[in-house]
Design a binder for this molecule. Structure first.
Ligand code: UGA
Length: 438
């Protein structure tokens, strides 16, 4: 099928390449010249395992190209909207300007039978509004909503072999039939592999996405709330998570207590959901998300408190080695990153912060040029008074406490991801502090 993908960020770039790989004829459209040049050369504009290989392979088929000219979308049957919906400045709400602009720019190039497919994360009700705009324009195109669940770091796998597919179809049967047929064509390979498919209406499809992210955020903040209780009772939040996670109804995944969630999705999505619920007169229904957000942000302070405590409450001039800057491993994304936030705030307290990350230094430097970034692990920890793990890259998870101990000035470690065995570090003479661990 001929497919256009409007917006070639994390979501769009991976989706465009995956669509081409699956046999479709794809044009990706974006305004960012640097990003387009990289994608055209078959290079990933951000760190995503497997994406460079996928881009090279998909480009070599001749079925994948990128342009800044939206008129290239003309002739495609399916037009994916994959632009960003960041948090509005000074508000919890999502900024829909890029989605609205994408639709306006696409309108003149639509013809009857085309299907515009929303993938961006939007406030519930957006699809109905956009569908009305498309109908008003009179091209005969229809709109479907098809949320995306890919995780950074696993985006290629999640795009080629998703764990579920959701079609939010228009209310009119004729439009719904056109949209469903087109989407079935696009996802033929995944559907043939019996990927679960949920066919529903616009509102449900929009809500599936924010509800899933709200649930994941709640699960993380739940265990972090338990960690807060553990901290005043001597309980161990990781053992607690192991034990409750054995209940099949609960499950162990996303019960990792630590410095909390970040990234370009979970934080802004729960805030956007709260803002939308307020608009709908149902603010109280998701008021708990305010607590989810608050618990999450408190965990960053807890890490800082541990560091300050280990420095005898005199952080000024002390050397702190921060391991990790990305919001999670396998990503160079520092949007709303707890790790970068901790590094910046420790620096604000007067500590000599040295920060490192296998992939995210350049992105972190763009946001916070004032930090001292080191590419070498040894240089980061040499002479440190405290070592802080905030992003659990494999490079840091399997450290030998004796080897690191020989480099530092003080054997003090704050394990912001509960990644280490406390007994092993203590046996090597370290003062170990985890989160919600005795
Ligand atoms: C998240 C969702 O998992 C995807 O399904 C969704 O498609 C995506 O948002 C999106 O909306 O586009 P992602 O932001 O890539 O994906 O990251 P996650 O793997 O969900 O991790 C989010 C944060 O939670 C990270 O900072 C991670 O360190 C933290 N986390 C995760 C914990 O603190 N504890 C855990 O147990 C698990």
């Amino acid at each position: 099928m001929r497919v256009s993908v409007i917006g070639c960020g994390y979501l769009g770039a991976v989706h465009a390449a995956a669509m081409a790989q699956l046999g479709h004829d794809v044009v990706g459209v974006d305004m960012d010249a640097v990003k387009l040049a990289a994608l055209t050369r078959g290079e990933a504009p951000f760190f995503e395992p497997g994406l460079p290989e996928l881009l090279v392979e998909a480009s070599s088929t001749g079925r994948l190209r990128f342009t800044d000219d939206i008129s290239a979308a003309k002739g495609a049957t399916v037009h994916f909207i994959a632009v960003g919906t960041p948090q509005l400045k000074g508000s919890n709400a999502a900024d829909l300007q890029y989605v609205d602009a994408a639709i306006e720019q696409l309108l003149p190039h639509l013809t009857a039978g085309d299907v515009v497919v929303g993938k961006s994360t939007v406030p519930v009700g957006t699809a109905a509004r956009l569908a009305a705009r498309i109908a008003e324009h009179g091209s005969g195109a229809v709109l479907a909503w098809n949320p995306e669940f890919l995780r950074e770091g696993f985006a290629v796998k999640d795009s080629l072999a998703p764990d579920r597919i959701v079609f939010g179809l228009p209310p009119e049967p004729a439009g719904a039939a056109i949209a469903e047929a087109a989407l079935r064509g696009v996802y033929a390979a995944a559907l043939a592999a019996e990927t679960p498919l949920v066919i529903t209406n616009y509102s449900t499809a929009e809500l599936v996405k924010v509800a899933a992210n709200a649930f994941l955020a709640t699960k993380i903040s739940f265990i972090n709330a338990m960690a807060e209780i553990a901290e005043v009772t001597g309980a161990d939040a990781t053992e607690l998570a192991d034990a409750i996670g054995l209940d099949g109804r609960i499950g162990r995944r996303f019960l990792g207590a630590g410095v909390g969630f970040g990234g370009g999705c979970l934080p802004k999505d729960i805030r956007g959901f709260m803002a939308r619920a307020e608009e709908l007169g149902r603010g109280e229904s998701v008021a708990f998300l305010k607590e989810v957000d608050a618990i999450n942000l408190r965990r960053r302070q807890r890490v800082i408190d541990h560091v300050v405590d280990l420095l005898d409450h005199e952080p000024f001039g002390k050397t702190v080695a921060v391991l990790g800057l990305a919001f999670k491993p396998h990503s160079d994304d520092v949007r709303d990153s707890p790790a970068l936030d901790v590094a910046v705030r420790l620096k604000g307290l007067g500590a000599e912060v040295r920060a490192t990350d296998p992939q995210a230094i350049e992105n972190a430097r763009r946001q916070h040029p004032q930090l001292d970034y080191r590419t070498s692990f040894e240089e980061t920890v040499r002479g440190a008074d405290v070592v802080v793990l905030v992003t659990e890259w494999d490079e840091y998870r399997y450290l030998d406490p004796e080897v690191v101990g020989a480099l530092v000035s003080g054997r003090n470690i704050v394990d912001g991801r509960n990644s280490y065995d406390p007994a092993r570090w203590r046996a090597a003479g370290w003062t170990y502090r985890g989160l919600g661990r005795p």
